[in-house]
Design a protein around this ligand. Structure first.
Ligand SMILES: NC(=O)c1ccc[n+]([C@@H]2O[C@H](COP(=O)([O-])OP(=O)(O)OC[C@H]3O[C@@H](n4cnc5c(N)ncnc54)[C@H](O)[C@@H]3O)[C@@H](O)[C@H]2O)c1
Length: 452
């Protein structure tokens, strides 16, 4: 069973953000959108009929939508004739009504079910303004379908922004498979899923995410041409954490240049929380650059692996210990929500730059960081190296080419800091603005479709 809902949209936003003016960005703003209070410079006029409404699940954006189009949903049996006013463009239709409000701002959402294998998946395409939508497949035991839908919509939107900021000709999408991968994952299920991805004919390109691995992409690729992040043996780019770590290092160099005048970590002390796939590669870049490194991880084995390879690295028992250390840079490379009010209160670093997604526990944390004199390098800006790596696989993976592109994260991060300074906004707002401007100014105005 598939149910697809498609809409074409444009984005538009209002709101300035004056990070250095506490009255505009203090405690009282904590629960408000960081975009709500601070108008952005105008984007190009979409010159189309639009509805405007707030985005319900991501409070950071006021969105403007073109009337829904091209919906392949079956017509209601009671649908009036074409001459009926109900079928003419109805700009008075409440934007918050019905399923389209749930899918807010996304071009297309596809629900996929395969009874034989037990597959239940949702594919969300947020935007194809810049090209086909790329994003991984998360295999996770969601509590219910609503939680799965919320997650996939949020993740897909994040991918649009990440690809746009990274300068890729790709849109944003994501997929979730509902269930416990430990018990549900099977060849039959992955191949059924691959057929659904194939049915979109390249509008959505899948890759690894939580609960899926390169080996799974190899299986999906047996049914589907639109897969990346496969194993090296199958012509893929392999482990994306290699260039993710490299990109984080480049972002950190850009931050070091702003704070200390030199794009180098030599002589600085960097604390890395989480030395898994990305963290341990990052440690190697830092040591090579002449930094002192302190690490922590809840996994003793992960710490052991780093210390065995690099005895000069120091380990501390917990992340709480790490942030309270006299470090110059804090690199969260474990889970999201690493930056809380409590962390900022004790943090002694001048820079935060790490791989973990969604580091800010709430929007107000960035203001707290700024007030404490800490420069925050936005997570989705500096951790785009993995996306760059799997995107390169789409044109025949060339590690040197992908690495060169990931090195560009240094320039992108500098640009984010430059716009933040010029427009007097926090770096994460500057990053969003750059991504939105790119989607609005060079993105297409209609759906991306495969060549016929
Ligand atoms: N792998 C990629 O290419 C990639 C790309 C973009 C973003 N990221 C993000 O970077 C982060 C790290 O990814 P990864 O691939 O290295 O994952 P990973 O699972 O290999 O490593 C995460 C490490 O963090 C540790 N950890 C978990 N909870 C912790 C805690 N409370 N304190 C300290 N350590 C803790 C784990 O033991 C593990 O060693 C994740 O947030 C991921 O979403 C990864």
């Amino acid at each position: 069973m598939t149910l697809t809902a498609t809409r074409v949209k444009q984005t538009k936003r209002t709101s300035p953000f004056r990070s250095r003016q506490p009255t505009q960005f203090g405690q009282s703003n904590r629960n408000r959108s960081r975009f709500e209070s601070f108008p952005a410079p105008p984007l190009p006029d979409p010159n189309r009929t639009v509805h405007r409404h707030r985005h319900p699940w991501c409070p950071t954006t006021a969105r403007t939508h073109v009337n829904s189009v091209a919906s392949p949903l079956p017509a209601s049996p009671a649908a009036p004739s074409a001459a009926s006013p109900a079928l003419s463009p109805d700009t008075s239709l409440p934007a918050s009504a019905g399923v389209f409000a749930e899918l807010d701002g996304h071009e297309q959402v596809v629900f996929c079910a395969d009874e034989a294998s037990g597959l239940r998946a949702i594919i969300a395409i947020h935007s194809t303004a810049l090209g086909p939508a790329l994003g991984g497949t998360r295999f996770y035991p969601y509590a219910d379908e609503g939680a799965a839908l919320t997650d996939v919509l949020h993740l897909a939107k994040g991918m649009s922004y990440k690809a746009a900021l990274a300068g890729l000709d790709l849109g944003g999408g994501k997929a979730v498979i509902i269930g416990d991968p430990a018990t549900m994952k099977s060849e039959a299920l992955l191949r059924a899923y691959g057929r659904f991805v194939q049915s979109l004919r390249g509008r959505y390109l899948t890759a690894c995410d939580v609960g899926t691995y390169s080996e799974d992409m190899d299986v999906i690729a047996r049914e589907c041409d639109f897969v990346t992040g496969r194993t090296v043996e199958h012509g893929g780019a392999g482990d994306s954490s290699v260039l993710t770590a490299y990109g984080v290092f480049q972002g950190m160099r850009a931050a070091a240049e702003v704070v200390w005048g030199e794009p180098s970590l030599a002589g600085r002390t960097v604390g890395v929380a989480g030395v898994g796939k990305v963290g341990h590669h990052l440690v190697e870049h830092l040591l090579e650059d002449g930094a002192d490194v302190v690490v922590t991880d809840v996994s003793a084995a992960a710490v052991r692996r780093v210390l065995d390879a690099h005895p000069e690295v120091r380990a501390v028992p917990t992340t709480e210990d790490l942030v309270a250390e006299q470090i110059d840079v804090y690199a969260p490379c474990a889970l999201g929500n690493a930056l809380t009010d409590d962390v900022v209160a004790v943090l002694r670093a001048r820079v935060v730059c790490g791989a973990a997604n969604n580091q800010l526990a709430h929007d107000g944390v960035e203001k707290l960081l700024a007030d404490a004199g800490v420069l925050y390098a936005p997570d989705y800006c500096v951790n785009a190296g993995g996306l760059i790596q799997v995107a390169d696989e789409l044109v025949g993976f060339d590690f040197a080419r992908a690495r060169k592109r990931a090195a560009g994260i240094y320039d992108t991060t500098r640009e984010v800091f430059r716009i933040a300074e010029r427009e007097d906004v926090p770096p994460s707002v500057a990053a969003d603005r750059i991504a939105e401007r790119r989607m609005a100014t060079i993105g297409r105005r209609d759906l991306w479709l495969p060549v016929r």
